[in-house]
Design a binder for this molecule. Structure first.
Ligand code: CDP
Length: 213
């Protein structure tokens, strides 16, 4: 049981499916907090790299995790995460080094346990729109508001290239879907939205229709 008491909207999906843009817009409209759980895995991966630890070295990553303190908060309705007192900038989280290591780090169960605790803590304070890979399936299985936002591989590759970021999304998707710990799945009671041919506004409308009823 995740024990949430506030409104929780869970949005999952593969890389560059548009879920983060949609989640951000929805949170702003509903005046609740937006949290990118991927941003949290990225922040710890950034810290792993800062410390010269190889993301593929599970033992070393776990040892670093034990010495790491996370401080999660929010700024202007957006979730923030400080790692041992340092708040990484977006540029430090969305680059090829982090893109290359994050799926390895996120596959480690001990890492997920720590960050899932932080994710659930948000919902104990107030309403939240959280996006990721396991938000509906593992983090908040009790919320009735579960969405899975998808898009074709071609559209997703195109969107990421348009952001000017070198990202091996096919490799990340493969790792994220095949790992043992909380793989990317479509929660059985989720509403699936294919965003390939929809605008952000159209996807937000579809999600709102389900929430408002
Ligand atoms: O923005 P994009 O969809 O490309 O990725 P992200 O949401 O920032 O997530 C980056 C990585 O974090 C994913 O490829 C997963 O390996 C991991 N992740 C996860 O394991 N579980 C989550 N709930 C969210 C992200």
């Amino acid at each position: 049981m995740s024990g949430e008491t506030s409104l929780v909207i869970a949005i999952d999906g593969p890389a560059a499916s548009g879920k983060s843009t949609v989640a951000k817009q929805l949170a702003a409209e509903l005046q609740i907090v937006f949290v990118s759980s991927g941003g949290m895995y990225r922040a710890f991966t950034w810290w792993v790299l800062e410390n010269g630890v190889d993301p593929a070295d599970t033992v070393a990553v776990e040892a670093l995790l034990e010495k790491t303190v996370f401080q999660c908060g929010e700024e202007n309705n957006i979730g923030t995460i400080a790692v041992n007192g340092r708040l990484p900038e977006w540029k430090q989280l969305a680059n090829d080094r982090v893109n290359g290591g994050v799926s390895l780090v996120a596959a480690i169960p001990a890492v997920r346990l720590r960050l899932v605790d932080e994710q659930r803590a948000y919902a104990r304070k107030r309403g939240v729109v959280m996006e990721g890979r396991d938000i509906g399936s593992v983090v908040f299985p009790d919320t009735p508001y579960k969405f899975y936002i998808d898009a074709s591989p071609e559209v997703r590759e195109r969107r990421r290239r348009a952001e000017g970021i070198d990202d091996s999304i096919a490799a990340r998707d493969k790792m994220d879907s095949s790992r043992e710990a909380s793989p990317l799945v479509i929660p059985k009671d989720a509403t699936v939205v294919d965003s390939s041919h929809l605008t952000v506004e159209e996807v937000v409308e579809k999600v709102k229709e389900v929430i408002v009823g």
